[in-house]
Structures are given as C-alpha cells and as structure tokens.
Design a protein around this ligand. Structure first.
Ligand code: NDP
Ligand code: GDP
Length: 361
C-alpha cells in the first residue's frame, strides 16, 4: 500500500491528506488531483473496506490499484507512523482532516476524541518538525464552528470568542490553539479553517442532513415508515462540502498563514431542512405537539413522517451557528456557490438514486 508512488515526483506538488476517506477528504483529493498534485492519504486499518468515497480515484477501482492517489496505513493516534509517512513523502502541503468528527458520539467517546482531534494535531505538527520540514510544509487544520458553541455574538467571525459545548469542540479547541502556537513559536505555515457545517451526498449517514435525506428517500420508496430525530429547532449555517474544500486549498496558497471563517452567512433550522427535503418528493409536512411529543405529518394524507425521539438530544446543545465569511471573501476571493435549496435537492436526489439501486444502503 505505502510503496505505491512514494516521494516527490518532478515538479509535482505533493499533498498529504489525513481523513482522505471522509467526506471532505474525498472531495479535496479530487480537487487536488485535478490541479495536478501528487496526492497521498492516510488510511485507517479497518475490518471492512472504508474507501467507498475514494474508490473512483483508483486507476482500477475494481482491484483498488493505480491512479494518482497513494494511500498509507496510519492513524493520528500513532506518532511513529506519522513521522515515517511525512519523512518519506515530504509533502509541500498537509491537510489535517482526520478526526472523530461526530459531536453526539464525542460525549460517549470523549477520551478517544481528545486523543485523535486534540493530540493527533499535536502529533502531526511534531512529525513535521521531526522531519525538519517546519519551514517547507504548509499545514491546514480542520477547525470548526463548533468552537463557538453557546455563541456570544451573531454572526460569528474570526474574532468571536469561543464557548465549546461538547468533548468534540473542546478537543478541537486544543487543535486550534496548538496550530497557532506552533505558527508563532516555530514560524510554521499553519492555519485554521473555521468551517461551518458542510454537507453533500457523501456526508456521514448519522449527521442530521444526511439522516433526513436518506429517510425521505426510504419513506418515498416505501422502505421505511417514519424518521426519528432530536432537536428540530437548532439552526446551522449549511454549505456544500465541494465549495468548502476549495477554501482549504486557497488558505495554503496565501503569502502568510492566517485563520479564516468559511460559511454561507445563512442559517436554517433542522425543521426547515426536513420541510425542504420532503418538498422535493412532493410532500408538505405539518407539525403537531411539542418537545419530545412533536410529530410531523403529511398534510394531505396525515401519514406520520417524523417523530421526535429524546435519545437524539444532546447533554449540551449548540442552538445557533451563523458565520460571517467576509474575510474569506475578501482575502481568498472565495464564495459559496451552492445554495441551501440546491444542497437539499442534490442530497435528496442522490439518496433516491442510491436507495433505488440498493434498498439496503
Ligand atoms: P468525516 O467524519 O467524514 O471524516 C473523518 C475522517 O477522519 C475519515 O477519513 C476517518 O477515517 C478519519 N479518521 C477518524 N479517526 C481517525 C484516526 N484516529 N486517525 C486517522 N484518521 C482518522 O468528516 P468530514 O470529512 O465531514 O470532516 C473533515 C474534518 O473537518 C474533520 O476533522 C471534522 O471534524 C472537520 N469539520 C467538519 C465539518 C463538517 O461540517 N463536515 C465542519 C467543521 C469541521 P474512516 O473513514 O476510517 O472513519
Ligand atoms: P453538528 O452541528 O456537527 O453537531 O452536526 P449534526 O448534523 O450532527 O447536528 C446538527 C444539529 O442537528 C444539532 O443541533 C443536533 O442536535 C440536531 N439534530 C436533531 N436531530 C438529530 C439527529 O437525529 N441526528 C443528529 N446527528 N443531529 C440531530
């Protein structure tokens, strides 16, 4: 695996992506390959294949070989492997996207989340120093709007103080600050992308947007009776992952390392996402009851479509995230292309196709 196409390759820029098998990693790998990069990625060992999102980037997908992507077994909890991979490929750019990325799960896996999301970031920075690349390698850190948590101002900018509300956000807070500390202490080109929620048909199945679009597709095809959700009233600034990976790359093309908010500047509630998603299959949702007893029904047939289940509530919730991307617009020339309506439509259509092909998906 790690033997494929190692080291630098002529004038090609070499990039390393941790979390290449995730939603963002897969879009970023595509983006960098199109730009002519030699792309390397860290692959976690798993008892089943975890390369579904990047399968198409192999030269021969059927046998997982070839192509312009080079995978190395590794893990952000394993210092030795990080040093050895970075020493071997000597990347010009590193994108640290690997993480235990689920907020609700972080309440149950708090220590592991800190190991990967906080200390994993430190391990990566130290591996770059150990390889003597602190003045050559640029590093992107996947920071998050979850740092704002119980927000102290609306909208949130690069200057808004943080108030993390989960073990995930607390771990990412360490990642954020250690990146700034290494930048200031050792002159490393390392920056934080404060990315607000971004979604796509490749979003993990247990994040709320994907859970909704999968549910809508399954209900529409008669594969599921109704959808169970938690808090319907929290609001998020949802963009499309494809747009957001471009911002990551732009941050590393600047003269100076800086931190940037990446957001759409529009917030919508989970309830609105549900209504919009059902509208694409021609159904209007009407709501009844309150809190744990709230349900959503088809306005024409009264069929139950959505039920609140308290098991999806979080011990501490983030009620509203709304980003101000002015700095990214001005300094990076970045702007989101996909609207909220297009995002929901794209995800519903993709899940309808997926469930038609494979009802078990
Ligand atoms: P995903 O959950 O889709 O992907 C996470 C990736 O990290 C996967 O490739 C996963 O591997 C890998 N990973 C998990 N644990 C480890 C580990 N111990 N060592 C190495 N790799 C590991 O996340 P996204 O693509 O959505 O997000 C990318 C990054 O951006 C994450 O750091 C996330 O926290 C952050 N972020 C995401 C936002 C969003 O809205 N999507 C918003 C703001 C920040 P495997 O496939 O094997 O599980
Ligand atoms: P997050 O912003 O990183 O936590 O992304 P999620 O997609 O996991 O959650 C976004 C919001 O949707 C949070 O405020 C959740 O409480 C809310 N939510 C409501 N129901 C659900 C659900 O069933 N699953 C998830 N994951 N979130 C839900």
């Amino acid at each position: 695996m790690s033997g494929e196409g190692s080291s630098t390759n002529g004038n090609k820029k070499v990039a390393l992506i941790t979390g290449i098998t995730g939603q963002d990693g897969s879009y970023l790998a595509e983006f960098l390959i199109k730009k002519g990069y030699e792309v390397h990625g860290i692959l976690r060992r798993s008892s089943s294949f975890n390369t579904g999102r990047i399968q198409h980037l192999y030269g021969q997908p059927a046998c997982h070989t070839g192509g312009q992507m080079h995978l190395h077994y590794g893990d952000l909890t394993d210092t030795t492997c990080l040093i050895s991979i970075i020493n071997k490929i000597r990347p010009k750019e590193i994108y640290n996207l690997g993480a235990q990325s689920h907020v609700k799960v972080s309440f149950e896996l708090s220590e592991y989340t800190a190991q990967v999301d906080a200390l994993g970031t430190l391990r990566l920075l130290e591996a770059v120093r150990t390889a003597g690349l602190e003045k050559e390698t640029k590093i992107y850190q996947a920071s998050t709007s979850e740092l704002y948590g119980k927000v102290v101002e609306v909208p949130q900018t690069e200057k808004t103080p943080f108030y993390p509300r989960s073990p995930y956000a607390c771990a990412k807070l360490y990642g954020y600050w250690i990146v700034i500390n290494y930048r200031e202490a050792y002159g490393m080109f390392a920056c934080n992308g404060l990315l607000f929620n971004h979604e796509s048909p490749r979003r993990g199945e247990n994040f709320v947007t994907r859970k909704i679009t999968r549910g809508v597709a399954k209900i529409q095809l008669g594969l599921m009776k109704h959808l169970e959700l938690g808090n319907l009233d929290c609001k998020r600034d949802w963009g499309h992952a494809k747009d957001y990976v471009e911002a990551m790359w732009l941050m590393l093309q600047q003269e100076e390392p800086e931190d940037f908010v990446v957001a759409t500047g529009e917030a919508h509630s989970v309830r609105e996402f549900v209504e919009k998603a059902f509208s694409y299959v021609g159904r209007k949702v009407i709501w009844r009851g309150e809190g744990e007893n709230e349900t959503g029904h088809d306005a024409d047939t009264d069929e139950l479509l959505v039920k609140v289940n308290a098991k999806y509530f979080r011990p501490t919730e983030v009620d509203l995230l709304l980003g101000d991307p002015s700095k990214a617009k001005q300094k990076l020339g970045w702007k989101p292309r996909v609207t909220f309506e297009q995002l929901v439509k794209d995800m519903v259509e993709a899940d309808l196709q997926l469930m038609k092909k494979n009802p078990e998906a």
